[in-house]
Ligand binder design. Sequence first.
Ligand SMILES: Nc1nc2c(c(=O)[nH]1)N[C@H]1C(S)=C(S)[C@@H](COP(=O)(O)OP(=O)(O)OC[C@H]3O[C@@H](n4cnc5c(=O)[nH]c(N)nc54)[C@H](O)[C@@H]3O)O[C@H]1N2
Ligand SMILES: Nc1nc2c(c(=O)[nH]1)N[C@H]1C(S)=C(S)[C@@H](COP(=O)(O)OP(=O)(O)OC[C@H]3O[C@@H](n4cnc5c(=O)[nH]c(N)nc54)[C@H](O)[C@@H]3O)O[C@H]1N2
Ligand SMILES: [Mo]
Length: 748
Amino acid sequence: MEVSDRSSQPIEFVSPKEYAAGIPAVASSLRHVIHRDGVARGGKALLKLNQVGGFDCPSCAWPDPDHERAPAEFCENGAKAVASEAMRKAIGREFFAQHSVEDLMAKDDGWHDLQGRLAEPMLLKEGATHYEPVSWDEAFAILAEELKGLDSPDEAIFYTSGRASNEAAFLYQLFVRAYGTNNLPDCSNMCHESSGTAMRESVGVGKGTVTLDDFLEADVIICAGQNPGTNHPRMLSTLEEAVNRGARVVAVNPLKEAGLIAFSHPQKVMGVLGRPSPLASSYLQVKLNGDMALFRGIAKCLEADGDFVSQHTLGYEAYRTLLERTSWQEIEEFSGISRGEIEELATLVSSGKRRLITCWAMGLTQHRNAVATIREVVNVHLMLGAIGRPGAGLCPVRGHSNVQGDRTVGIWEMMPESFLAALDKQAGITSPRKHGWDTVASILAMQRGEGKVFFGLGGNFVQATPDTDLTAAALRKCRLTCHVSTKLNRSHLVTGKRALILPCLGRSDDDQGRSVTCENSMGVVQASRGRLKPISDQMLSEPEIIARLGEAVLGDVGNIRWRWLAEDYDRIRDWIEAVVPGFESYNERSKKPGGFYLPNAAKERVWHTESGMANFSSDELDAFKVKEGRFILQTLRSHDQFNTTVYGPHDRYRGISNGRRIVFMNPQDLDDLGIGPLRAVDLTSHWDDGERVAENFLAIPYDMPRGMAAAYFPEANSLVPVGSYAKGSHTPTSKSVEISVRLSGSSK
Ligand SMILES: Nc1nc2c(c(=O)[nH]1)N[C@H]1C(S)=C(S)[C@@H](COP(=O)(O)OP(=O)(O)OC[C@H]3O[C@@H](n4cnc5c(=O)[nH]c(N)nc54)[C@H](O)[C@@H]3O)O[C@H]1N2
Ligand SMILES: Nc1nc2c(c(=O)[nH]1)N[C@H]1C(S)=C(S)[C@@H](COP(=O)(O)OP(=O)(O)OC[C@H]3O[C@@H](n4cnc5c(=O)[nH]c(N)nc54)[C@H](O)[C@@H]3O)O[C@H]1N2
Ligand SMILES: [Mo]
């Protein structure tokens, strides 16, 4: 699936920026809003973004301040997300009559996003070249025919992307389980699954244990494997405030990312006119996948907090022995960081009150040993007793705005028995107990011909998953693929025999005055209400779509009356309250300004692990290694995209204009290969089952450790083998792919 770069301008690169935000960020937000014809709509929407009584930003999951909120409580990339969703342009029957599926396939992802909002249900009939309009009734009849026609409910796959509200997600999993399967893969499988798995094993809770207030009390904040300047820009104001109060920020990242170096607050006069404030006081350019070694090294230097360790933990003795056995040589070699620097960091985190927060994102979760790496981070916190007290704790920084909430309310292929039993009692059904397929298993099941109907509640499966060509072929084997979506994407074009597009309301759209709820990265649940008049009367809300699906496929079963539930979301919230602990007085509390915190046992030092204690892990030290002459490739986000939605062709902070098909490499490595800047190269990935090639990436010299490479997601996804995933969490290893690099046109 090769798609060329849209931009007709030549690719340019200049030195990367040394700070994030400031005037260019403000200018860029406004440009995106205006460019997408949404001046009035987009502008109006921005005023309601993240305000009490307004709607939750559809971009990342970083929390809103608990106390006072600024009049403009959004960032440049939140503005881009809103501008993309709030487009006035509608695409319906004329658009699809004009463009065949094949035509649309040849366009790039950025072009798809610019076309506008999906405005009416569309059907691609078997053998047809074009989508045509279909009524909602007919669409549900087709879904019912296909889903009822399967030999087993386990032949259907129900994917979720993390933008779905709690109400939509709860109703969806209710439908899927009443239908009879746990095949509920979600974007989280590719995202923070490793964090959930690791933290549940270590501390009994799969979620972060800190709040925004903790950042203001922390002494040290480590940001490992994340690029907040682009992906969580509002986090920079939190970090800035923490630094102003005396905290030290330590960045751990193979790439020098502008947002971690310094920050200029775009919404403060000082920030716009004044100097950027430095953020990271030290910047460790770790090797890709070297974090386990780095944290092992820190632990090796620490003196444990004896009281905490004896009262709250198990496994310390074994871990201590392992620490002594791990050599500095291995630690330095795997991490690429010198013993001296590690010792310095260890002194920093163990001085004073030992108030340490560690934040991480995809740089830690998308490796083969991701679970072991995150457990190693937890080990350090356990040694310091740096969890469950003010200013200290674990902070996996979530991606999608409601990915955490979706999991809380049941989107998981293996929800625990306690949840299923409560669901069954409330709904009067018997949920299946057999675990379902996660994302990787779903791809393989479709490839084998065992997954036959694919339904997506949001997202862009073919572009988000690894091994693009293999996944595309797998989807094409389905009898039906169906997507509930706001915007056109490639998953509408790589279809089963028949395909449906069901257009839904987005976060910013007025849903007859109704509000939904979302849970942010720190466990705060609050109401979100869109205010923009929907651009078409043919769009339905997600809960309505699911209710009508339930009605068409199952009819009212047990205690479930689909339409009644979806008419008034208070009723869905009452059901969530009855099923999920922590949602007492849900309706009342979620409507209060600022919402409410869900309980988090680990934060209270109550350990819901099997042992009832927090567990040290003792995994053998490990790092991804490649053959001599090869490189480790990570796939990452540019500044102008939200996952598979491409807003533009630039990556401002990294100094890139007009191109996405590029590969960043160490200048010395490029020299050794005789590859000059901007020369076209072919990338070949190597895996047990053979090679995958992606052609014509332009080489960009970049400040990063030797032997490493970086290219954008989703352009480089075709190189990630579906069989390469994290042990224990099945998260594709999007940050460690073994590749070789050669000039395009040359033989090996
Ligand atoms: N604007 C915008 N916001 C977003 C998104 C978006 O696409 N656009 N996506 C959302 C989603 S779903 C998510 S999950 C988050 C993603 O947020 P991030 O995790 O920040 O996203 P990535 O671009 O994948 O960045 C990974 C970072 O980790 C570093 N890294 C890679 N490998 C390693 C490693 O082995 N060790 C260390 N220490 N660092 C490493 C990379 O150099 C890069 O800086 O952002 C969310 N927010
Ligand atoms: N190689 C590589 N692959 C990766 C990653 C990586 O770092 N590298 N990151 C992974 C991560 S962290 C994630 S989270 C996944 C993301 O995977 P997904 O969540 O599947 O992908 P998105 O690009 O966020 O989905 C975008 C689509 O969602 C639809 N959409 C937007 N808003 C709404 C809404 O309100 N309702 C509905 N129904 N639809 C909506 C739009 O049609 C849009 O085209 O990708 C993963 N894939
Ligand atoms: Mo994500």
